[in-house]
Write a new protein. Sequence first.
Length: 108
Amino acid sequence: MKHKHMYDLCKTHMHSYVLAELEDGSNFDGIITGLDEEYVYFAVPIDNDTNSQMMPYMNDQRQFGWYGFGYPGFGFPGYGFYGSPRRRFRRLVLPLAALTALSVLPWY
């Protein structure tokens, strides 16, 4: 596996709230919800102040073959969108190769 260090870092911080930096210099915060040998899966908070640099990633929900969180009838209690009329998180799937840094953030 080419990106073993980033894979191990993501695995260590699975289900943690993190700040992720991408190879293009942009960054975002979110919860690592899944991981495989090629991709890392995030739940990214949705708010009115979303970083405009991330909008290309966040608007194309099917960029890597996945649909965004809150698809009708699906969701997980605790993330605040199951049965809720307003989504609070969006799924973001990125290749491990796109990540350059990961920092754990406090929940407050």
